[in-house]
Design a protein around this ligand. Structure first.
Ligand SMILES: O=C(CO)[C@H](O)[C@H](O)COP(=O)(O)O
Length: 230
């Protein structure tokens, strides 16, 4: 479910540039994925130099990396409003609608991004498209799988249960649920689809994010910053 055709340098450039938004005293959401990992390492480097922040991770993976990088951690229970969230994405359209969840972490990622005053997305240039057309990841209570499949079909989509996370059978999220990928073809109205997905019982969270404030698009020789039109 990942597109890693963009270069490591492009991803790193985007992540490091977005970290310039982070200042002393901030509570920072720590997203998940290979691009965000560059941001976590950069924040760790700056913490070593004296930057005073707390991080709130969105997955076991980002928590482990933040610990390795000596970033002091907090939780949404202790710190319900974050200053900024930095996270990756699988695809971004020209209106800055985003598909996330390639790493199966989109439920916590959405909670953290919606708890943040500013949400900065970091991608390489290959992920920027005119229109979204990737499969939309959804997290589903196993009990609700068949109902969710039926409702997604009613919306014109086709679900596949994700497999392959080092075990046989379904990929299980950090929250103990199935991850499914839903093919809707070209998504012309992401906000309307997001709204419809949110109504499905047993669908814990979907990977369409409409709340990015900035998208840092990394290339090997530069970074472009896109800002959502309010
Ligand atoms: O949404 C995500 C995890 O759920 C990731 O941020 C997204 O899949 C991008 O990952 P990467 O930077 O490794 O391409």
């Amino acid at each position: 479910m990942k597109d890693h055709s963009g270069s490591d340098l492009a991803r790193k450039n985007a992540a490091v540039k977005a970290c310039e938004l982070v200042e002393d005293g901030m509570a920072v959401g720590l997203g998940t994925g290979s691009t965000t990992a560059y941001a976590i390492r950069e924040l760790g480097r700056r913490v070593d130099e004296g930057l005073d922040i707390v991080g709130v991770p969105t997955s076991y993976a980002s928590e482990a990396l933040a610990i390795e990088c000596n970033i002091p951690l907090s939780t949404l229970a202790e710190c319900p409003e974050l200053d900024i969230d930095i996270d990756g994405a699988d695809q971004v359209d020209s209106s800055l609608n985003v598909i996330k969840g390639g790493g199966a972490a989109h439920t916590k990622e959405k909670i953290v991004s919606c708890s943040s005053k500013m949400f900065a997305v970091v991608i390489d240039g290959n992920k920027l498209k005119d229109v979204l057309n990737r499969g939309v990841p959804i997290e589903v209570l196993p009990y609700a799988r068949r109902l969710v499949e039926k409702k997604i079909a009613g919306l014109g989509g086709k679900c596949t249960v994700r497999t392959g996370s080092g075990k046989d059978g379904p990929t299980i999220s950090d929250n103990g649920n199935f991850i499914m990928d839903c093919d809707f073809g070209v998504i012309n109205k992401p906000a309307a689809l997001a709204e419809a997905l949110a109504q499905i019982p047993g669908l814990v969270e979907h990977g369409i994010f409409t709340n990015a404030d900035f998208v840092y698009v990394g290339y090997e020789d530069r970074v472009e910053r896109l800002e959502r039109k309010k």
